[in-house]
Ligand binder design. Structure first.
Ligand code: SF4
Length: 356
C-alpha cells in the first residue's frame, strides 16, 4: 500500500482537518511551489477542504518569476552572436521580445533538456560562445555551479537563479495579504534544509510545514499547519522527513556558496527583493554572460491586462483573471503563468478545477 496516495489514509487526514478547522475562522495558507500546485489541483485537494480553509499559490514557479528584463538580456546576448540555450517553457514566455520571437527572427536560441546539453554544445562548437540562460530556485543552482566549474572557456551562464525564503518574507512584510501559514517547498528544502525558514516564523509569528509531493503529504502538511494555528504555535515543521534533513544537502550548499553570491533582484510581480538572487562570484566573471556581453537587466513594466503579478503575489487566483481560458490559453498564453507547466494558470486550465 502506498500510504502517500492511499484513499483510506486521505479520509483519516481529511477528517482531522475538518475537526481542527472548526472554530479557526477563515485561514489562508500559501504554498510556494509549482509541483505543490500541480498535486493540489490534480487531486482536487481544495475541494476536500472545509470552506474556511483556503490554499493559495505564491511565487513558486521559476519560469513565471523571471522578469522581462532578464529575457531581454538573453535576447541581447543572442543578438551578439552567441548561441543561447534554455529550458523549453522559458522560450514561450511572452515578453517585450520573447525568446521564441528571437528564434523566429533568426537568432540562435535553442531548447536544452539539461545544462550538460549546453556544455556539449560548447565542446562541439569551440568557435562559438554558448550562453545558458539559467533559471530556477535552490534546487537547480547546484547543477549550474557544477557547470561553471567544469565547462570549456566558451561556455557562459546568464544567471536568473533565485532563492525562495526572501520572497516569502516579502509576501508577509508587504501586508497586502493575510497569510496564516506556509507550506514550504519540498524540493528547495532538500537543498537548504529547515533553518533558512526559521527567521520567517520568528519574525511574523507564522507557522510553516515543509511538505512532500504526494496527495497525503499535502493533506498532512495542511493538517500540521492548522494544528499549529490551533495551538498558537509558529514553528518550522517537517512533514517531508523522508526527503529533507534539518541541515539540507551540505554538499550542494557548498557548491552554491563556492560559485554564487547573493544579489538584489526584481521578481516578476515584485519589487527588488534583497539578496533573493544569485549572481556569479567575481572569480567566475570569465563565465558570467552579463560581464562578457556587458549587459544590464532592464526594468521593463509588466504587461497590462495579465494578472500574473497578482497571482504570483498570492493576491488573486487564475480564474479571477478576466483573460483566463478566453483570451489566454496554453496555446495562446498572455502571461508566464499560462506557459509554464508549474504556472498556476496552466495547471488550473489543464485540470479544469478552478480555485475557490
Ligand atoms: S490567465 Fe493568462 S493573462 Fe491571466 S494571469 Fe494567467 S497567464 Fe496572465
Amino acid at each position: 500500500m502506498d500510504v502517500y496516495k492511499d484513499r483510506k489514509t486521505s479520509d483519516i487526514i481529511i477528517k482531522k482537518i475538518n475537526d481542527i478547522a472548526i472554530g479557526l475562522g477563515n485561514q489562508k495558507i500559501c504554498h510556494v511551489c509549482g509541483t505543490h500546485e500541480h498535486v493540489i489541483t490534480h487531486y482536487g485537494i481544495r475541494a476536500l477542504l472545509p470552506k474556511n480553509i483556503e490554499v493559495v499559490s505564491g511565487p513558486g514557479c521559476p519560469v513565471c518569476v523571471t522578469t522581462q528584463g532578464e529575457i531581454e538580456a538573453a535576447v541581447k546576448v543572442a543578438e551578439e552572436g552567441a548561441i543561447v540555450t534554455t529550458f523549453g517553457d522559458m522560450i514561450r514566455v511572452p515578453s517585450k521580445r520573447s525568446l521564441s520571437d528571437a528564434k523566429a527572427s533568426g537568432l540562435d536560441v535553442r531548447i536544452v533538456y539539461s545544462i550538460h546539453d549546453s556544455i556539449n554544445l560548447a565542446i562541439n562548437n569551440p568557435n562559438k560562445k554558448i550562453v545558458h540562460f539559467a533559471i530556477g530556485f535552490e534546487t537547480t543552482c547546484p547543477t549550474t555551479a557544477v557547470a561553471v566549474l567544469n565547462s570549456p572557456d566558451n561556455f557562459y551562464v546568464l544567471s536568473a537563479h533565485r532563492v525562495v525564503p526572501p520572497a516569502m518574507d516579502l509576501l508577509l512584510s508587504s501586508g497586502k495579504i493575510n497569510l496564516a501559514g506556509f507550506l514550504d517547498p519540498g524540493h528547495v528544502s532538500t537543498i537548504i534544509g529547515t533553518k533558512p525558514y526559521e527567521n520567517i516564523s520568528n519574525k511574523f509569528k507564522v507557522p510553516q510545514v515543509i511538505c512532500g509531493f504526494e496527495p497525503n503529504d499535502i493533506l498532512m502538511g495542511i493538517y500540521m499547519l492548522l494544528k499549529q494555528i490551533h495551538e498558537k504555535r509558529a514553528e518550522v515543521e517537517n512533514e517531508y522527513v523522508r526527503g529533507v534533513r534539518v541541515e539540507g544537502n551540505v554538499k550542494a550548499q557548498k557548491l552554491i556558496e563556492k560559485v554564487f553570491e547573493p544579489c538584489n533582484i526584481r521578481w516578476r510581480g515584485f519589487p527588488i527583493i534583497e539578496e533573493s538572487g544569485l549572481s556569479l562570484k567575481k572569480e567566475f566573471s570569465n563565465k558570467d554572460a552579463y560581464k562578457e556581453f556587458d549587459i544590464e537587466i532592464e526594468d521593463i513594466p509588466e504587461e497590462k491586462g495579465c494578472s500574473c503579478p497578482e497571482i504570483l503575489r498570492a493576491e488573486k487566483n487564475p480564474n479571477e483573471c478576466p483573460l483566463f481560458g478566453k483570451l489566454c490559453t496554453p496555446q495562446n498564453p498572455k502571461g508566464p503563468c499560462m506557459v509554464s507547466r508549474e504556472g498556476a494558470c496552466y495547471i488550473s486550465f489543464k485540470y479544469g478545477k478552478p480555485f475557490r
